[in-house]
Design a protein around this ligand. Structure first.
Ligand code: UDP
Length: 512
């Protein structure tokens, strides 16, 4: 790949951890491959978060070439509580306001990119913006560069989410109706219960539609899309997405720490403290303690349960999940959070779980309850862990499959229901236990599904074998040894060459 270290790329992620981390990982990859300088622009608190992730990391390529740049943003001006700049721990109503408020980043972002252009004598090679920031394309146009839209999700989930917003309304569909979604073949039928309630009620005039419809449409006018997925893993999803957006789509995933994709043994991963570092957070339990706990179990025998960085389930669901876990008699690690209806930062209350549950799990050595945040990557990379009960956030999906681990889906928000659908229907590596926070789930169902997936034979064994094939596809895609380059490495290389050619075309036409 051509390398010009004086070239610049500017990135603009949406303000959610599940977006910031893949953007940072992509910045590292581009810099490593090209030597280019990358600037990631966001609000002060998100920059602080990225800085903490960044500084505690020992495997940085060269920190001087990844700049973290603050854009002015005042949450109070948008009806948001002070210092509300990230979607973590926000109520849905505030998440909606954060989306609308993010539009105010346009003016400072324009000035920032304009300043780079003035200083260098030419604009950055490109802007890489979140698909939720379609307006970045207009900034790019006005400054003589191009915008590449980056979806931090997978191809199937991104297509479903985009198509749902662009084909409103969905109101009026019955609870038992299946429907066809433009962009998908007929055999992929969708269901109203797979739509979050704001999407179910959206009609183009509400604040959610008013944000998503124009931003996704504008993203579809950009130079191309990037997707945090792998060509061999989602061949059909990518084909459908390409047809839908009518743009080139480069599959450059999985954007995971290299150590996760290289090692099979837990010991290397344990010592690296990757989850803690990636999240810029301190888990309430040390990574060593989790690893010590896992050590005493046989390979593939432990279930890991977590609903990501921002979602919770309802109090009654939490109770049934606890009973189901106990009754399954399988060892588990569960990241417990205050259920829906409670302040996400409030102290843990024993009443959320069955009487004496935590004590019994401890005494029987059946379960480890971790409050709020666990070292997820280390847990998933440990050989004792055998399956993941997950909300199907895309990072969790990639992290699980990169370890060859099947998934019990419990999607809660965003595009998670479509990720879950894909895992079950297209990949055969998952079972959906339930969806959303409204569903009434019975502990017997929880027990049954856990037993099915943890079983090393039968359907559980089948799912594990398929997940192992995907693990190899994900790992092969990032191989970069001489001539032996994986599909994602080639895709990034192709993108950079395409951008450089485009730059030459723009330069030659602007001087005529
Ligand atoms: N994560 C973690 N510990 C936790 C919960 C989450 O390390 O207790 C990390 C997880 O490894 C993943 C990210 O947070 O990288 C969650 O991203 P995902 O896309 O799965 O879900 P989101 O939080 O965006 O809904």
């Amino acid at each position: 790949m051509a390398s010009k270290s004086n070239e610049q790329i500017v990135m603009l992620p949406f303000m959610a951890h599940g977006h910031l981390i893949p953007f940072l990982a992509l910045a590292r990859q581009i810099h490593q491959a090209t030597g280019f300088t990358i600037s990631i622009a966001s609000t002060a608190l998100n920059i602080q978060y990225l800085t903490s992730t960044f500084n505690s990391s020992s495997d940085e390529p060269n920190n001087d070439h990844i700049h973290l740049v603050e854009l002015p943003f005042c949450s109070n001006d948008h009806g948001l509580p002070p210092n509300t700049e990230n979607s973590e721990n926000l109520s849905l109503d505030l998440v909606g306001k954060l989306f609308s408020a993010s539009l105010s980043l346009r003016t400072p972002f324009h000035s920032f990119v304009g300043d780079i252009a003035a200083k260098q004598g030419h604009p950055p090679l490109c802007i890489i913006s979140d698909i939720f920031f379609g307006w970045a394309g207009e900034v790019a146009d006005s400054l003589g560069t191009v915008n590449v839209s980056f979806s931090t999700g997978g191809a199937y989930g991104t297509l479903a989410y985009s198509s749902l917003w662009l084909n409103l309304p969905h109101r009026g569909r019955g609870d038992s109706d299946e429907f066809h979604l433009p962009g998908f073949p007929d055999r992929c039928r969708f269901h109203i219960t797979q739509l979050h309630h704001f999407l179910r009620n959206a009609d183009g005039t509400d604040s959610w539609s008013k944000f998503f419809q124009p931003q996704i449409s504008l993203s579809m006018q950009s130079f191309g899309w990037l997707c945090n997925t792998v060509e061999e893993f989602e061949p059909e999803g990518l084909e459908w997405l390409r047809k839908f957006v009518k743009l080139p789509v480069w599959a450059i995933g999985p954007l995971l720490p290299p150590v996760v994709l290289k090692n099979d043994s837990s010991s290397l991963v344990i010592s690296s403290g990757i989850s803690t570092r990636r999240a810029g957070k301190r888990p309430e339990i040390s990574t060593e303690k989790c690893m010590e706990w896992l050590e005493s179990y046989s390979p593939g025998s432990v279930l890991y349960v977590s609903f990501g960085s921002q979602n919770s389930i309802s109090p009654s669901q939490m109770m049934e999940l606890a009973i189901g876990l106990e009754e399954s008699a399988k060892p588990f690690i569960w990241v417990v959070r205050p259920p829906v209806g409670f302040d996400k930062k409030c102290d843990f209350r024993a009443e959320w779980l069955p009487d004496g549950f935590e004590e019994r799990m401890k005494n029987r050595k059946q379960g480890l309850l971790v409050r709020n945040w666990a070292p997820q990557l280390e847990i998933l990379s440990h050989m004792s862990t055998g399956a993941f009960l997950s909300h199907c956030g895309w990072n969790s999906v990639l992290e699980s499959l990169s370890q060859g681990m099947p998934i019990i889906g419990w999607p809660l928000a965003a595009e998670q229901a479509y990720n879950s659908k894909m895992l079950v229907e297209e990949m055969g590596v998952g079972v959906e236990l339930t969806r959303g926070v409204q569903s009434s789930i019975d502990w017997k169902e929880v027990k049954k599904v856990i037993e099915l997936v943890m079983d090393k034979k039968g359907k559980g064994g089948d799912m594990r074998n398929k997940a192992m094939v995907i693990k190899e596809q994900l790992r092969a895609s990032v191989r970069d040894e001489g001539e032996d380059k994986g599909s994602s490495v080639k895709a990034l290389d192709h993108l950079m060459r395409t951008l450089e050619s485009k730059r030459q075309v723009i330069s030659s036409t602007s001087t005529i």
